[in-house]
Design a protein around this ligand. Structure first.
Ligand SMILES: [Zn+2]
Length: 90
């Protein structure tokens, strides 16, 4: 999908909304993209180990298929230690 081709219908009418929300920005949704967060302590957004995650969204105009990626992959390094994400058993 990131290559511009829909994996479901092979259309090239794929659109992308770039992630927004600057580094160290406050808790806001930027352009309205949904947000996720990683907490590694119980302090929630007031804790010291809190990361906001911004989505990159890809949508196919032809069939409506959509994919979402977390913009900052390095932030996902905190997933194993987080209190609000659990690894899915294979
Ligand atoms: Zn499609």
């Amino acid at each position: 999908m990131r290559s511009g081709t829909c994996p479901k219908c092979q259309s090239n009418e794929v659109y992308h909304n770039a992630a927004q929300g600057g580094l160290g920005a406050g808790v806001k949704a930027g352009d309205g993209s949904p947000l996720l967060s990683i907490h590694t302590d119980k302090g929630g957004i007031f804790g010291s180990n809190f990361e906001m995650l911004y989505f990159e969204n890809y949508v196919c105009q032809s069939c409506g298929y959509a994919e979402h990626y977390i913009h900052d992959l390095e932030k996902l390094e905190k997933l194993p230690a987080s209190v609000n994400w659990k690894k899915v058993s294979a």
